[in-house]
Design a protein around this ligand. Structure first.
Ligand code: HEC
Ligand code: HEC
Ligand code: HEC
Ligand code: HEC
Ligand code: HEC
Length: 353
């Protein structure tokens, strides 16, 4: 018995090692051809010595302010992350939640954990995405007088969405199967709003992007991700949730989110008819038993019909979204709460004509 447990532990350790090797190997996202960093634009200028993300604030105050409020900045201080990392080897978690600059070696992006002593309040910071020993990695390669600036060099992974793949491989892979990929609408198009403004206080107006990555922590943004409809059919109330507007699975995250529908019928006197029905579309995967992973795939929908318990009355339908961290730790946001729908002259379930 003990030997069996040891064998299982060994297999698990090997699987874990393979997984980590995959994560930390600095591989390439599907569909991306990774050219070498172009140094042409900055030949001889590679004397960028940025010790800290704080150095960027002076010249890019607006972007800095946006990033400060973002969940990338909070990726390590986030109370939910702090609560959950204790039960793992923190090294693993820090590679994404408290990383060293991805391109620190100037060759290939890699996820390497930084120590908790180094700017832990900044989680994923400017250097994580923009630093390389050759120069600041940039989406365009602007040609203003860089002697006073930061010697940016064009870097394809920043210009495209390839950089997001390093830490978000799930969403990236799912997005590649969605219609948004075919339309050329990527992560940034939905998650970093486009604005026209100067990048530096007295600089020229440019088309640029807000450094706040709206996601599941932003209620109004979740609501842009799906279509919800309720239809009073002959046999029952048809509830439908369609994932036509988010670029990946809905919910996008695979562990800590749950999605469900509550349906309650009332008779004509307003008294509840039957039990409230709870349709779990996606359950928090932390739940050990009865695990259901049923995120809605891009460009598809789920629907269910709830039979009428009475011939006439009303029905209340709600769509709810949980941040599900453990059985004790979960909080709910109501996404849809339309007024009750009235119905009459229906055929109640189980009753003969
Ligand atoms: C491959 C990169 C990666 C690694 C490694 C990683 N995470 Fe994450 N984590 C993410 C991303 C990306 C998110 C954002 C949600 C999503 O897409 O999954 C996230 C979200 C979370 C959240 C939810 C935060 C919130 O506010 O809802 C928690 C908690 C968390 N991670 C804990 C951990 C712990 C603990 C570990 C170590 C065992 C870990 N993570 C390792 C990338 C990673
Ligand atoms: C001394 C001022 C200064 C500092 C400090 C500075 N920058 Fe810049 N940065 C500039 C100027 C000037 C531009 C060009 C703006 C323009 O042309 O509109 C620029 C442009 C950029 C660009 C866009 C270039 C492109 O081609 O798309 C990026 C990215 C960038 N900076 C990142 C950073 C980061 C990250 C830091 C901190 C490590 C930083 N900068 C620190 C002055 C500075
Ligand atoms: C067409 C718009 C669209 C595109 C394209 C898109 N997303 Fe999203 N994304 C959303 C919406 C809406 C949500 C909020 C609903 C949800 O959480 O599923 C979201 C949620 C997320 C979340 C938050 C998950 C959580 O629960 O914390 C992450 C991370 C994310 N997207 C990453 C990406 C990445 C990476 C890409 C590119 C590969 C991408 N998204 C492409 C619309 C989009
Ligand atoms: C999670 C990665 C990430 C982090 C963290 C990040 N950036 Fe960026 N940054 C990007 C991406 C991606 C773009 C390209 C946007 C685009 O395509 O217009 C960008 C663009 C820029 C630009 C050029 C604006 C433009 O549109 O030409 C500047 C300047 C910049 N970032 C500065 C910063 C500063 C300063 C910080 C820290 C306060 C920071 N970034 C943090 C990913 C990041
Ligand atoms: C170094 C790893 C890393 C990179 C690179 C990265 N992310 Fe993230 N991202 C994370 C982690 C970790 C979180 C979870 C933070 C938390 O909730 O505490 C996250 C959270 C998010 C969220 C969720 C915000 C919310 O409200 O829950 C979105 C959206 C997102 N990232 C989009 C992007 C996009 C788009 C890119 C590419 C431009 C990108 N990320 C690049 C690690 C990364």
């Amino acid at each position: 018995m003990e030997r069996l447990t040891k064998a299982a532990a060994l297999v698990l350790a090997l699987l874990m090692a393979a997984f980590l090797a995959y994560i930390f190997a600095g591989s390439t996202p599907p569909g991306v051809k990774r050219p070498k960093l172009s140094l042409a634009a900055t030949a001889g200028n590679a004397k960028v010595k940025f010790a800290s993300y704080k150095d960027c604030r002076k010249c890019h105050p607006q972007i800095y302010k946006e990033w400060e409020r973002s969940w990338h900045r909070m990726a390590w201080t986030d109370p939910w992350v702090q609560l959950s990392w204790g039960c793992y080897r923190d090294q693993e978690c820090r590679a994404c939640h408290l990383p060293r600059p991805l391109m620190e070696d100037g060759k290939k992006p890699r996820l390497v954990a930084r120590s908790e002593d180094e700017d832990k309040e900044s989680g994923i910071n400017c250097l994580t995405c923009h630093y390389s020993p050759q120069g600041i990695l940039a989406p365009r390669g602007l040609t203003v007088n860089m002697q006073d600036g930061c010697y940016p060099i064009y870097y394809e992974d920043i210009a495209t969405d390839a950089q997001c793949w390093e830490c978000h491989p799930n969403q990236y892979d799912d997005w590649r199967l969605s219609s948004f990929f075919k339309e050329g609408k990527g992560c940034k198009a939905c998650h970093m709003d486009e604005v026209e403004r100067p990048i530096v206080p007295d600089g020229p107006v440019r088309k640029t992007r807000v450094h706040f990555w709206k996601g599941a922590h932003t209620y109004t943004f979740i609501k842009t991700g799906y279509d919800f409809s309720v239809e009073l059919g002959d046999d029952g109330v048809k509830v439908r949730v369609a994932n036509t507007k988010s670029g990946h699975l809905f919910p996008a995250e695979r562990h800590n989110r749950a999605l469900w529908v509550e349906v309650t019928f009332y008779d004509e006197k307003g008294k509840q008819a039957g039990e409230m029905a709870k349709w779990i579309i996606r359950e928090g995967s932390n739940q050990p038993r009865n695990m259901k992973l049923m995120e809605i795939k891009p460009d598809s929908a789920v629907e269910r019909v709830f039979p009428y318990p009475t011939a006439s009355g009303s029905v209340k339908v709600m769509l709810k979204f949980d941040y599900f961290y453990s059985n004790e730790d979960q909080y709910t946001r109501v996404l849809e709460d339309p007024p009750p729908y009235r119905f009459s002259g229906k055929k109640p379930a189980g009753k003969k004509e």
